[in-house]
Design a protein around this ligand. Structure first.
Ligand code: ASP
Ligand code: MG
Length: 403
């Protein structure tokens, strides 16, 4: 029998009524002839509520204990869901990440899955049970509970689909797919019928929040087809899969954005080999993810280096930069009011003029571009946060992405 993996997000299991609704969907999938593994997130905002309690006790709670705490949210929903399925006269079993064989490294609060031991899962499926797995968690080599980072249940689902050779992985959420832009900002935004892994990776990395970035990487690596759809309707959503001939290769498929960028500039650093390596080496050591980087032309033996980081990393970055700037005897500036707007499309590889059109559109809207970065299928511009929404609307219109 084919195996299908379904994942239900926090909103979809937000209260007991919704849990009953999800139970019916899962049962229907089994009745349709599939072996079903369902991964669930914690109910509603319960992960945030758990985090808040931890923060009321400590500014810096031990990460092992945070994982122990946060993993409980998913256990609540998975157990209630098993009861709801039992009420429907079907047989289900709930499993923690550990029981489901999800093995991870020991990087608490953002662990990576290193393997899935499928023995128990297959046994339960073969005995006719629906298997319910608590998302977002696994077990470390030390046999401690780990969690996979916010949004990690997506990755649990994809990892299980890959390990079990599932025919597809359905991601049920509170939106009905992946959109050409945030519909909250662009009322005419359109649902995409399909996106390639490459496009979805770029979208997830530049602000589309519907899928966790890591889950898309995993899906691409193992060729797991993803179907992002709503748990409130029966409508098809967005397929994320290998780029193929039939897929329309739009020059631009979507406009994405972020509102939480900080820009830092080191002023007049000596222009000699090793300086950039020292600066970014120190930031890497502080576990900071650096995004866009630019280095200006050298004048009289010095140059300015600017880069962006996520706003939440600013305290660590400032600490690290104080040391580096001190060592180099230079000053640095912080612009804490930045955002980023990006266009993504598999077709832009073979299409000249896309960047020019983006820059022209922003210029016509009076929006100043502070930094630019590109990949073969993405162009990103760092701009002032206050201008982000206007930029998204202007680009969505300029590239005719609406209905
Ligand atoms: N409950 C976790 C979170 O809120 C994991 C997830 O929902 O995927 O981030
Ligand atoms: Mg999510």
């Amino acid at each position: 029998m084919p195996i299908i993996v379904q994942k239900y997000g926090g909103t979809s299991v937000g209260d007991t009524e919704r849990i009953k609704n999800v139970a019916e969907r899962i049962v229907a999938a089994q009745d349709a002839g599939d072996q079903v593994v369902a991964v669930v997130s914690a109910m509603g905002d319960s992960t945030d509520a758990l985090l808040k309690m931890a923060q009321e006790i400590s500014d810096d709670p031990p990460e092992r204990e945070l994982d122990m705490l946060l993993s409980t949210g998913e256990r609540v929903s998975v157990a209630l869901l098993a009861m709801a399925i039992d009420e429907l006269g079907h047989s289900a079993i709930s499993l923690s990440g550990n029981q489901a064989g999800i093995q991870t490294n020991t990087v608490h609060t953002k662990a990576r899955i290193t393997g899935v031991e499928t023995g128990r899962l297959i046994e339960e499926l073969e005995s006719g049970k629906i298997v319910l797995v608590a998302g977002f968690q696994g077990v470390s080599p030390e046999e401690d509970v780990t969690t996979l980072g916010r949004g990690g249940s997506d990755t649990t689902a994809v990892a299980l689909a890959a390990a079990l050779g599932a025919k597809e992985c359905e991601i049920y959420t509170d939106v009905d797919g992946v959109y050409t832009a945030d519909p909250g900002i662009v009322p005419g935004a359109r649902r995409l019928a399909a996106a390639s892994y490459g496009e979805m990776l770029e979208m997830a990395a530049t602000g589309a929040e519907v899928l966790m970035l890591r889950s898309v990487e995993y899906a691409q690596k193992y060729g797991v087809p993803l179907h992002v759809r709503s748990s409130f309707t029966g409508d098809p959503g967005t397929w994320v899969r290998e780029e193929d001939e039939k897929m329309e290769k739009a020059v631009v498929s979507a406009v994405t954005h972020t509102n939480d960028e900080s820009k830092l500039t080191l002023l007049r650093v000596p222009d000699r080999p090793g300086v950039a390596a020292t600066v970014f080496g120190a930031l890497a050591k502080a576990d900071v993810n650096v995004d866009t980087i630019i280095q200006n032309v050298s004048e009289q033996g010095t140059t300015d280096i600017s880069f962006t980081v996520n706003q939440s990393d600013l305290p660590e970055v400032q600490k690290a930069l104080q040391v580096i700037a001190g060592d180099l005897g230079v000053a640095f500036l912080i612009d804490d009011d930045m955002g980023k707007v990006s266009i993504v499309g598999a077709g832009m590889k073979s299409y000249p003029g896309v960047a020019a059109k983006m820059f022209r559109t922003l210029a016509d809207a009076g929006i100043n571009i502070e930094m630019i970065s590109t990949s073969s299928i993405k162009i990103s511009c760092v701009i002032k946060r206050a201008k982000v929404e206007e930029a998204v609307r202007a680009l969505h219109k300029a590239f005719n992405l609406g209905t």
